[in-house]
Design a protein around this ligand. Structure first.
Ligand code: MSP
Length: 545
């Protein structure tokens, strides 16, 4: 089962993207949430034996970054370099994110292609020069409509997302004829009901487009931190046009046709719900205008909330991803947010909830099962896994449930992006195996299995029974390690090592999801060892958030 053995060479990769993040500050829990989700999704597909491409990166142009750099007394480029190398990339490494590429919008491989793309639209008559005046939120990098603004102090008007004052901008700009794409977009949504997920997000976009689209200003002339408009270098390209194109430029658009062919279109763009319209309206219209295939799915996730507000730089209650990984470990961190929040919905974080779930599900249900089974194989069989003998109804129930679990988890995680549902199914299976052990009471069976004197029929039967019980539990753990590997790779590696699986059936990362449910993959005779605890007891948190 070599990793690449069943990959179809030349087949299109399953291509997943995260938003490219603004580097005006260090990453926070909200950013990490989407990036971990994409990592789990792509690891899952790799374990299906598919060719996969996972892209993340940073959005480095625009006024917001420029102002932040100025406020810190450095050039925008220096600012971006420092944050990307000093904060963003290290966090993704720390969280075991296995991205295949990392794109920065200041890279030549990107900027050159952005210019070509925009020039192409210009040549096709999709772009014209015009004027615009309206309220602009620099935090969204977007013009707002008057109707959506909130009242601030006095005459002040606020952005509905950032609750910060908008600027009144009046500009001579270049415009993309977005208004012409409304009917085509609506037809596309109609024909592709799964294009926008969840349903609520789809409805929001459809209603928005039905109201009629305005042309989109795609250049700025009041500052210069951006990609120059090819035919008019007094203008830079609007940061969102520049940013959206990363998904194409990073996989060889305009530079590596073979790679582009094998990767584009993206299968899933993961986005936060605040940037849904850019991805579900503007981006497909840009691609239509240029004759490129459209992505398969725009999956909008909800927000992590703090005190009822979207978690943001100014609204973090001081919790950094690293604070949580230090306390709970990286794997538990990766697991918690996907387990506790239905993908697509908002969710809040609390130390109490995380601690409670860690203790009950990770430490008690999963970790204890692993250590109990290893301890019993050690104690009764000197660490050599016995063969499963005659399976009875209790074992059959475990096997049946395992096949159902694999099917359900694969559908939920791999297809529906219902991470919470998929993880719940796997943990229900773990509970079932714990219940199986409690009912079968191997420690009692063991009392008659090893008589001090001669073997008797009873002792032989007990020993066979004990062997079957422990094999069933260990084989269930083997399957669980395969299923949870995408979510908690380091802990599952430990479990894999403790089961002595690798020398017999190969590295964990190369185990296929479909085979997780094939009973009997772990051969009898492997050496089972009780390693360190998978999820150690928590220390009291230093501070309560
Ligand atoms: N640079 C743009 C994206 C361009 S993609 C072509 C951008 N950057 S961002 O850094 O402001 O936000 C990136 C992502 O982080 C968005 O999907 C946003 O929803 C997400 N989040 C920011 N705060 C969040 C939470 N509190 N919770 C969940 N996700 C959040 O927008």
């Amino acid at each position: 089962m070599a990793a690449n053995g069943s990959e179809k060479q030349g087949a299109k990769a399953y291509y997943v993207t995260t938003p490219i993040y603004y580097v005006n500050d260090a990453p926070h829990l909200g950013h990490a949430y989407t990036t971990v989700a994409g990592d789990v999704l792509t690891r899952w597909h790799r374990q299906r034996g598919e060719k996969v491409w996972y892209l993340t990166g940073t959005d480095e142009h625009g006024q917001k970054i420029m102002r932040t750099a100025e406020a810190n007394g450095v050039s925008p480029r220096e600012w971006c370099n420092e944050l990307v190398e000093g904060s963003w990339k290290p966090l993704w490494e720390h969280l075991e994110i296995a991205n295949d590429d990392f794109i920065r919008t200041t890279e030549d491989r990107h900027t050159a292609r952005v210019r070509e793309f925009v020039q192409d639209l210009y040549d096709k008559g999709e772009i014209y020069q015009g004027g615009y005046e309206g309220p602009y939120c620099v935090h969204c990098e977007e013009y707002k409509s008057y109707g959506e603004l909130l009242d601030g102090e006095g005459e002040e008007k606020l952005c509905p997302i950032h609750k910060k004052p908008v600027d009144m901008l009046k500009e001579e700009n270049y415009f993309f004829k977005l208004s012409e794409y409304g009917p085509k977009l609506l037809e596309f949504y109609e024909r592709n009901p799964g294009f926008i997920q969840p349903e609520s997000a789809r409805n929001e976009v459809v209603n928005f487009v039905r109201q009629g689209l305005q042309d989109l200003s795609i250049s700025r002339s009041t500052f210069d931190w951006g990609v120059k408009v090819p035919w008019d270098d007094k203008h830079v390209i609007y940061v969102w046009i520049d940013a959206l194109l990363n998904y194409a430029t990073a996989v060889g658009y305009g530079s590596d046709p073979a790679k582009f062919e094998q990767t584009w279109p993206a299968d899933v763009h993961l986005v936060g719900k605040d940037i849904l319209r850019f991805h579900a309206v503007i981006w497909p219209a840009m691609l239509m205008a240029n004759g490129l295939p459209l992505p398969g799915k725009i999956a909008a996730n909800g927000w992590l909330m703090v005190g009822g507000e979207k978690m943001s730089k100014s609204n973090l209650t001081g919790i950094k991803p690293q604070d949580l990984t230090e306390h709970f470990g990286v794997d538990a961190y990766r697991w918690y947010f996907l387990r506790a929040i239905a993908f697509g919905q908002d969710g809040s974080f609390s130390w109490e909830d995380f601690s409670a779930r860690y203790t009950s599900e990770l430490a008690n249900d999963f970790g204890n099962l692993a250590s109990r089974v290893a301890a019993m194989v050690g104690k009764y069989f000197r660490g050599t896994l016995p063969a499963g003998g005659a399976y009875g109804p209790a074992e059959q129930a475990v096997m049946d449930r395992l096949s159902e679990t694999v099917r359900e988890a694969d559908q939920k995680i791999g297809e529906e992006l219902d991470f919470a549902g998929g993880i719940a199914a796997i943990f229900d299976f773990i509970k079932l195996v714990n219940g199986y052990l409690t009912e079968q009471e191997p420690w009692k069976v063991a009392k008659t299995a090893f008589p001090s004197g001669e073997d008797t029929t009873e002792s032989r039967e007990s020993r066979a029974r004990l062997e079957t019980i422990l094999y069933t539990a260990a084989e269930s753990l083997r399957a669980t390690a395969v299923l949870l590997n995408a979510i908690m790779p380091a802990s599952c590696e430990k479990l894999w090592a403790s089961l002595g699986a690798e020398p017999e059936i190969g590295p964990l990362a190369e185990q296929r999801v479909a085979e997780a449910g094939v009973w009997g993959r772990l051969p009898a005779g492997v050496t089972v060892t009780k390693g360190e605890s998978l999820f150690p007891r928590l220390q009291e948190p230093a501070s309560e958030g």
